[in-house]
Design a protein around this ligand. Structure first.
Ligand code: CTP
Length: 395
């Protein structure tokens, strides 16, 4: 994502979180230029902000050198989005009332871009009628808000006023900056394994790492889609710009997918456990006197892909399944295409090092034939698949 954000860092203890925000934005390909208010510089240093943004930090309205290099008007317009984090009661009051007595407030008045505020203050301050009046006015003027969250505060009190976490602010920013052919399209992606409990400490599962599904979710989000990633337990961090619902069992995964209907497409990459124990013991199963081996009776899990593909008028326009096979790849893939009523089966041969590895070699089977891709990194597979999906959804 080749975008720019102007970040105004106000004076609050939460200012340290804006450093993490800059890092997360950089990871998502978003460049940050920062204005550090005088109060903000009491909490984070201009040097740390400059080191993370890789840019000069702006702090003075009347700096002759800054005005020559980049005037405050240009600064306010050079970004795709203006973000105020932490947005203090003072900054909100200035912005709501059109005051312009320092660089931050002048920039907020001069900008022609959307402004996203991440408020951070004491709970009593947040609840104060004056602050709520200012927030209402800013919303009426078209401003966006993320948070504040409820929780324990640095001052020891509890309630609403904590700044939203950096990943939530980053998600709100990326949602605003999105563009691409899939803008306005909602896509469900399932990824990772599921785990099926035997008792509170034991389960059945498989070796899926979730890498391919996560890469597809990220690639679709990069093309502007509203991606709802339903993920089994994996050790991957949430891809930026993607909404993630974490689940454990197949039943939970199905439930989360159905909650996301209607959707324009569903891409089922998850290695859903085919079976689950027919009962889950609510206490740990003990070995017993004779060291008896417990006999597990397995029952079939719901087939999420097939259910989504048969969802009647709620069926996504494009339903994509994956087939991980160790033999007769084409034969099995074609059989799954028919049996599960999906539009594509993306087949891969997992007899080698694909599961858990970084590369994949896939073929898309559809009723129109087969499209084979060469072996490549899972991220490149994801990019190419996302483009193929975009072609269908924009046709
Ligand atoms: N799938 C699903 N729900 C299940 C099982 C599979 O959504 N309970 C989806 C997978 O996400 C994948 C596709 O179905 O997109 C194929 O899964 P796979 O396990 O290869 O196929 P199965 O139908 O389970 O057949 P088999 O295990 O015999 O190969």
């Amino acid at each position: 994502m080749n975008k720019n954000v102007l970040l105004i860092i106000g004076g609050g203890i939460a200012a340290y979180k804006s450093l993490e925000l800059i890092r997360l934005l950089a990871k998502a390909g978003v460049k940050t230029r920062a204005i550090l208010t005088k109060a903000g510089s009491e909490f984070v240093t201009p040097l740390s902000v400059a080191a993370l943004t890789g840019e000069k930090v702006y702090d003075d309205l009347f700096s002759l050198t800054d005005e020559v290099e980049m005037g405050h008007i240009e600064l306010s317009r050079s970004a795709d989005l203006v973000v105020v984090a932490p947005a203090t009661a003072d900054l909100l009051a200035k912005a709501a009332n059109g005051l312009a007595n320092d660089l931050a407030s002048t920039t907020l008045l001069a900008t022609d871009k959307k402004v996203l505020y991440a408020p951070a203050m004491n709970v009593r301050m947040w609840e104060h009628a004056a602050v709520q009046r200012n927030v209402a006015q800013l919303k009426k003027d078209g401003a966006l808000f993320v948070g504040p969250d409820e929780g324990e505060m640095a001052c020891g009190e509890f309630g609403f006023g904590r700044m939203a976490e950096p990943d939530a602010i980053c998600g709100a920013i990326l949602a605003q900056l999105k563009n691409g052919p899939l803008l306005g399209k909602k896509i469900i992606v399932t990824a990772g394994p599921t785990i099926e409990a035997i008792d509170p400490v034991r389960y059945l599962s498989n070796k899926s790492s979730g890498k391919q599904g996560y890469a597809i979710a990220a690639a679709l989000a990069n093309l502007g889609a509203d991606v709802q990633l339903v993920s089994g337990p994996v050790s991957l961090s949430n891809p930026s710009g993607v909404t993630v619902t974490r689940v454990e069992s197949a039943a939970e995964m199905l439930n989360a997918c159905e909650k996301n209907l209607p959707a324009d497409a569903a891409v089922c990459v998850a290695a859903v456990a085919d079976w689950r124990p027919d009962t889950q013991a609510d206490k740990k199963i003990k070995k017993g006197a004779n060291n008896n081996v417990p006999q597990l009776k397995l029952i079939e899990n719901p087939d999420i892909l097939a259910i989504l593909a048969k969802a009647g008028n709620r069926r996504p326009r494009l339903v994509v399944g994956f087939a991980a096979e160790t033999e007769k790849v084409e034969e099995h893939a074609k059989a799954k295409l028919t049996k599960k009523n999906c539009d594509w089966i993306v087949a891969n041969d997992v007899s080698g090092d694909v599961m858990g590895g970084d590369e994949n070699e896939v073929t898309i089977y559809s009723k129109n034939g087969a499209q084979k891709f060469t072996r490549m990194g899972k991220e490149e597979v994801a990019r190419q698949l996302a483009q193929e999906i975009a072609k269908v959804l924009t046709a």
